[in-house]
Design a protein around this ligand. Sequence first.
Ligand SMILES: [Zn+2]
Length: 218
Amino acid sequence: MDIERELEEKIQGGEALAQKLSEASEDAAEHLYLQWARSCTQEESKLQDRALDLDAECFADIRFDEPICDDNGMPLTSPIDGSPLDGFRFLIDPAMDDCGTCQAKLRTITLHPDHLDDATLVHEILHVYDEFLASNPVYRDFWVTRLYSRLRTRLEDIDGLCALNITQDVLSHDGGHSIFFMLKAYDLDLRLGLSPGTVFGYQDWAPYITDAAVEGQN
Ligand SMILES: [Zn+2]
């Protein structure tokens, strides 16, 4: 067998294995969810209800529930079927070090009991959307441009903020907060009436924010 053919077969074998692992991980996440649904506390169940409400209220744009048409009047179709939070467990863990974490592949959001607030919750929900759109880059790019236009009149130096996000992300966030993530976090502040930077959670960026908010959103 020539070397090219051998390499092609190895790559195809790797892809088949990745598919099997992905299916096994889906099954495991579903099993964990069913177990959680039987044994979760009342507080965790309330947290799930609040998360679903915030999802419907704050992320309808990203799911195209608010229809957007192209220049020919064709409505853009959503890559997201239903809510990406379906089948997610919501845990409350007093032993965790962070305010909250999102393990998208495990379909698990965990919050510290001192941080059951909306800002922390939507930050973690945003991680779910960010992870989902990472495998749909055309849609993520679309939302980066859309959110940029929506926010640029409200942020004093949006280009500086985007550049800062890259250095901060590389230095301390382990690649966990994309430009899409950052822009949507600022959009969420506006939707929830929070001061800019609250959902993103890095208040030392305040010099980039102007409080001269402009009426109206796109
Ligand atoms: Zn985060």
